[in-house]
Design a protein. Structure first.
Length: 366
């Protein structure tokens, strides 16, 4: 599974690229590039998702730790991203490889027209034997359009390019049953499905001020990728070479057997809902239990400022999301339609109002 992978997405976290003081660690960059260069020399395609822009920008701006406010993070990323890509370009050139910088925001991989563009660029770079180096476009990504963590971005990129393998490199050698620093924790070498994760204490970032999401975002990324049929290896950066050679280092997350259609996969994992439709219990039973379309009669309230075609969450009486779908009405139109049957609406307002609020083909259960 691992050694047969032809197209590989490798994600490296800030904590694996920086020195203890926080600047870019040239030795670590060179070691990673050596491993990826060898992979490319075997004729395999490599996409690198690299964090580290903010970390690399701190020292040149006279900052000693990762700033909390978004504007300073963006300024640091603006300075650091150039240094990071420059460093990679030099290191890959020693292996005869050219790199291409790809900076993405959430919209670039969630809006259909945009993700087609992103796919085309990545595909072309690979066809031209260049190594795409992806990061979030931190300088322009504001709170509402940002991924915030590159683990999820890497999983979505792996799905986008239909990778055969996703490798998540961190400062910890594997997923452990609990905080690796605590006595009694042990390494988990394989995860077949959710049952293997029961009882596992999945914690936040390790080295204060460097990494962002910790294990939480890595396990979530593994869920997304394996749910799309892509196996995931999680290990420490210095173990990248043995991991890619199929040695049992790190944690291997097996892909799930069922692969959703690409469209519903993106709807579930890559969209940010623009609003919420509150369903009565009958509507929840129809949508979740019987896979029916959602009609106005089963909606009790509407939140958000969405327009027709936007993704919205369908929530139950407790406010828990049960499904996500593409809504067929603007938010302003809906309050006047709630609780009314489609026949009544069609008679009062015209045949256009017979349409479902969310059609079952545009609906994915969460
Ligand atoms: N169950 C667990 N297994 C392994 N590591 C864990 C676990 N829970 C929390 N961690 C922490 O997650 C850290 C890795 O996440 P993070 O610092 O965000 O790295 P990166 O910069 O590579 O994204 C590890 O250093 C470790 O301290
Ligand atoms: N885009 C940000 C990194 C965000 C991120 O996910 O960081 P990490 O948890 O170290 O992988 C940067 O380049 O600094």
């Amino acid at each position: 599974m691992v050694t047969a992978a032809r197209r590989v997405v490798v994600k490296i976290g800030s904590s694996s690229l920086t020195t203890a003081e926080g600047g870019l660690d040239d030795g670590r960059v060179d070691a990673l590039v050596g491993t990826l260069g060898a992979l490319a020399a075997e004729g395999r395609e490599v996409v690198l998702v690299s964090s580290g822009a903010i970390a690399a920008g701190l020292a040149p701006l006279g900052l000693s730790r990762r700033p909390r406010d978004l504007a300073t993070q963006q300024a640091a990323a603006s300075v650091g991203q150039g240094l990071l890509i420059g460093r990679y370009a030099t290191a890959f050139a020693r292996h005869g490889l050219t790199v291409g910088q790809v900076l993405l925001t959430v919209d670039d991989v969630t809006r259909r027209a945009h993700y087609r563009n992103a796919y085309r660029t990545l595909r072309k770079l690979l066809d031209l034997r260049a190594v795409p180096i992806v990061n979030e476009n931190d300088t322009v990504a504001t709170e509402e359009i940002r991924f915030g963590d590159n683990d999820r971005l890497a999983a979505l990129v792996a799905a986008l390019v239909h990778a055969d393998l996703l490798v998540l490199l961190s400062d910890v050698d594997a997923l452990w049953t609990g905080d690796p620093a605590r006595p009694g924790s042990s390494r988990i070498s394989e995860v077949h499905d959710e049952r293997d994760l029961t009882g596992v204490a999945i914690g936040g970032a390790g080295r204060a001020g460097v990494g962002t999401g910790g294990m939480v975002t890595k396990v979530e990324a593994a869920r997304i990728a394996t749910g799309f049929g892509i196996p995931v290896v999680l290990t420490a950066a210095p173990l990248a070479a043995p991991a890619l050679a199929g040695e049992p280092v790190g944690t291997l997350f097996h892909p799930s057997r069922r692969r959703p259609t690409a469209r519903l996969f993106w709807l579930a994992h890559a969209t940010s809902p623009r609003g919420r439709l509150h369903l009565d219990p009958g509507a929840v039973a129809a949508v979740v239990g019987r896979r029916k379309s959602l009609l106005p009669a089963g909606i009790t309230a509407v939140d958000g400022a969405f327009t027709a075609g936007d993704p919205v969450d369908l929530v139950d009486a407790e406010g828990a999301p049960v499904a996500r779908g593409l809504v067929n009405y603007d938010a302003v139109e809906l309050p006047g339609l709630l609780g009314r049957s489609t026949t009544e609406l069609a008679a009062a307002l015209g045949p256009a109002y017979e349409r479902e609020v969310v059609h079952r083909d545009d609906l994915v259960l969460l």
